[in-house]
Design a protein around this ligand. Structure first.
Ligand SMILES: [Zn+2]
Length: 214
């Protein structure tokens, strides 16, 4: 089977996201770019993830044209391929409707700030106003909100979109963005909300960047 390696990684990641409760039903989608060819493995549209096989993961080109797979690719292909085209440093992309990120994405004060040091890697988290799912418009807005270095954005009345240099990094962005949203919401409810000081965030980001450069 063609592109088995990237298809397997996408399948493992989506099952992991389901296991963690980041994805429910057939919502959410995950993509991974091949290291050699300009193709992308992506979850299929409208098929339950439990019981899914490697052959069910679709292969598309960088413009989203369906090349391989038992089922047609996710309707959010434009969002994933637009980010992969715009950001050569990004190989993996993860879109979920994870509950706490989705709740945060509704507010006018949706800005997520790190509460704990590991979350610093993923800020600033961009905000995308509501646009129709699956549209080129939402794809363009996600690319714009991520900018040159962004790892995570919230999409109003929809969910979040995260990316990374590999699947592990994109999944970490998703997990920590959801954690940041959860801790922010509970702390605000308790009246104890006090994000990390900006100087601390800046230093943590420098440490993380230096570590990743090694
Ligand atoms: Zn969605």
């Amino acid at each position: 089977m063609k592109y088995e390696k990237i298809r397997k990684q996408v399948l493992d990641a989506i099952l992991e996201a389901v296991e963690q409760g980041l994805i429910k039903g057939t919502s959410g989608n995950i993509a991974l770019r091949d290291d050699e060819d300009d193709v992308v493995a992506i979850t299929p549209s409208g098929i339950p993830y439990k019981g899914m096989t490697v052959e069910d993961i679709a292969i598309v080109d960088l413009n989203g044209k369906w090349l391989e797979g038992n089922y047609k690719p996710s309707s959010e292909v434009p969002m994933h391929t637009a980010v992969l085209r715009a950001r050569p440093d990004v190989r993996a992309t993860v879109h979920t409707h994870a509950m706490y990120a989705t709740i945060m994405a509704m507010g006018d004060d949706a800005e997520l700030k790190p509460i704990t040091p590991p979350q610093c890697e993923f800020v600033p988290v961009g905000i995308v106003p509501f646009t129709m799912p699956g549209s080129d418009e939402v794809a363009d807005k996600v690319v714009e909100a991520l900018g040159e270095n962004g790892r995570a954005v919230l999409i109003k009345n929809h969910g979040m979109f995260c990316c990374g240099k590999n699947m592990k990094a994109a999944m970490a962005a998703t997990e920590y963005t959801e954690e940041m949203a959860l801790t922010t919401i509970y702390a605000k409810l308790l009246g104890t909300y006090e994000p990390m000081p900006e100087e601390g965030v800046k230093k943590m980001k420098e440490l993380i960047a230096a570590d990743q450069a090694v």
